[in-house]
Design a protein around this ligand. Structure first.
Ligand SMILES: Nc1nc2c(ncn2[C@@H]2O[C@H](COP(=O)(O)OP(=O)(O)OP(=O)(O)O)[C@@H](O)[C@H]2O)c(=O)[nH]1
Ligand SMILES: [Mg+2]
Length: 240
């Protein structure tokens, strides 16, 4: 329980056997349940989560369809009576032990609280140049199309369960984070952003930023998602 609220942490994980134990170890004891969703890992990620060796409250689930969003959706389907939900990557880039800083704004009235990685404490090389460019372009597009100034698309984020359910999340891949952000604007959610330190992955291989094709695919998907939702929202509620 965190300040009287029940809390689950959802972790999408694909071949993160090296990093996952470190991430689980850093999850604060106030977390009621950790749901790790593995998508077809071949390195024992599922078994590490299921062993509960690194955190006592872990539930390991499997999703056969690849993709970050698919894993998040599957993990969401395993929620029970939690009030608050945190999304956390399995690669150790985020500081799981600082989770309280994402949760406090929710308890003070926000519906969604995002981590901002672009702080003076960003480790050199923690985000590649194409990642920095892609994030900046995405937040600029959102600012131009919605008038709201996001600072980042940080995957480490906390959301009220009721708000998350209102968003009807669907994206199966890298569009997940921006889908949540633009739908949050459309739904009128109260949004908070907090600066949090970020570092390079603790071990294992990158699924996105480490390869040129991964970066291009993720970038195209994010931009396409922004444009598609802007058009869909205008069609549903035409500007006057
Ligand atoms: N891309 C991808 N990531 C997945 C999938 N399933 C789970 N993930 C997890 O999504 C998180 C983000 O992937 P990363 O490889 O860290 O992507 P990134 O942060 O752009 O790249 P790094 O710079 O290496 O951290 C990690 O926890 C992955 O294990 C999947 O099917 N595809
Ligand atoms: Mg990462």
């Amino acid at each position: 329980m965190y300040r009287g609220k029940k809390l689950a942490v959802l972790i999408p994980a694909l071949n993160e056997a090296e990093s996952l134990p470190l991430v689980l170890k850093d999850i604060p004891p106030f977390v009621d349940r950790v749901i790790v969703c593995d998508n077809g890992s071949t390195d024992g990620t599922f078994e590490i989560a299921a062993s509960q060796a690194h955190h006592p409250n872990v539930l390991a689930v499997r999703e056969m369809r690849r993709g970050y969003g698919s894993a998040c959706l599957k993990a969401m389907s395993a929620l029970t009576d939690e009030d608050l939900v945190v999304f956390l990557d399995a690669d150790g880039s985020d500081h799981a032990e600082l989770m309280g800083r994402l949760l406090d704004p929710l308890l003070d009235g926000a519906d969604l609280c995002l981590s901002n990685r672009f702080t003076p404490r960003l480790h050199p090389g923690a985000l590649s140049l194409p990642q920095v460019f892609g994030n900046k372009l995405a937040v600029l597009l959102v600012r131009l199309l919605w008038g709201f100034e996001y600072r980042d698309l940080g995957p480490f984020r906390a959301v009220r369960r009721t708000a998350l359910e209102r968003l009807s999340m669907r994206d199966a891949t890298f569009g997940w984070t921006i889908e949540m952000q633009v739908k949050a604007l459309d739904a009128g959610l109260r949004i908070a952003q907090v600066d949090l330190p970020y570092r390079g992955r603790a071990g294992g291989k990158s699924k996105i930023s480490g390869t040129f094709s991964g970066v291009v695919r993720a970038g195209v998907k994010i931009i396409a998602t922004i444009l598609a939702y802007r058009v869909a929202m205008d069609l549903a509620d035409p500007p006057h």
